[in-house]
Design a binder for this molecule. Structure first.
Ligand code: IMP
Length: 197
């Protein structure tokens, strides 16, 4: 049997890796940057998802051969002018603290009638220190007024995707991975890589 082609994820985020692995793990050997302790920590200094995704994918692809894939993602809330956006992971004041992020979001939304929001995911594929392609996926939905469910991660307990009545955290990974922003971007990545033979 031929070995699976290898895809290195330019992230140390275990949740993103788990989702990407579940979606394409039978077609690629998906490896997280955590498996490579020598990789540099890439600072996300960009002001857009695309800029940050580029920094991560191109930066890591300088350190290893083969395809490197980055994911920069977040939540955009209409009533907050698109916030938290690229600052989604530190919205509550502490990087990666989902409980604080959700608490701040609930506080900011307390008096808002328009609760429309979307998740956005931008992925960049890089190789040998240069960007090869970029892809983006979104999922529209609305925010609820208190946390519901324990699945997923981040803002999942507050977000109901269009066409459903439960949050991503209640719907479970199977449904989330069939329609999420990450799934929609990743489908394009897989089509691109398939097209390259
Ligand atoms: P990044 O690691 O800079 O791309 O930040 C991603 C942040 O966006 C996460 O820490 C979450 O707060 C939020 N986020 C991205 N994707 C999801 C998702 O699928 N569900 C819930 N929150 C997400």
């Amino acid at each position: 049997m031929q070995p699976l082609p290898r895809l290195i994820l330019a992230t140390r985020n275990a949740h993103k890796t788990e989702e990407i692995q579940a979606m394409i793990g039978d077609r690629f050997e998906v490896l997280n940057a955590k498996a490579f302790p020598d990789f540099p920590e890439i600072e996300e200094t960009g002001t857009s998802f695309l800029e940050n995704a580029r920094l991560k994918a191109v930066g890591i692809s300088r350190c290893i051969e083969g395809w490197v894939l980055s994911d920069d993602s977040g939540l955009e809330v209409d009533a907050l002018g698109g916030a938290p956006g690229v600052w989604s992971s530190s919205y509550g004041g502490e990087e990666g603290n989902h409980a604080k992020n959700n608490a701040r979001l609930l506080a900011e939304m307390a008096d808002k009638a328009n609760r429309n929001a979307r998740f956005r995911c931008t992925m960049v594929l890089a190789r040998g220190g240069s960007e090869q392609a970029a892809f983006s996926g979104t999922v529209e939905g609305h925010l609820v007024e208190s946390l519901h469910g324990v699945g997923g991660f981040g803002y999942d307990p507050l977000f109901i995707p269009v066409g459903h009545e439960k949050t991503f955290a209640e719907l479970g990974n199977g449904i989330k991975n069939s329609l999420s922003h990450r799934a929609r971007a990743l489908n394009q990545v897989v089509a691109f890589l398939d097209g390259r033979g």
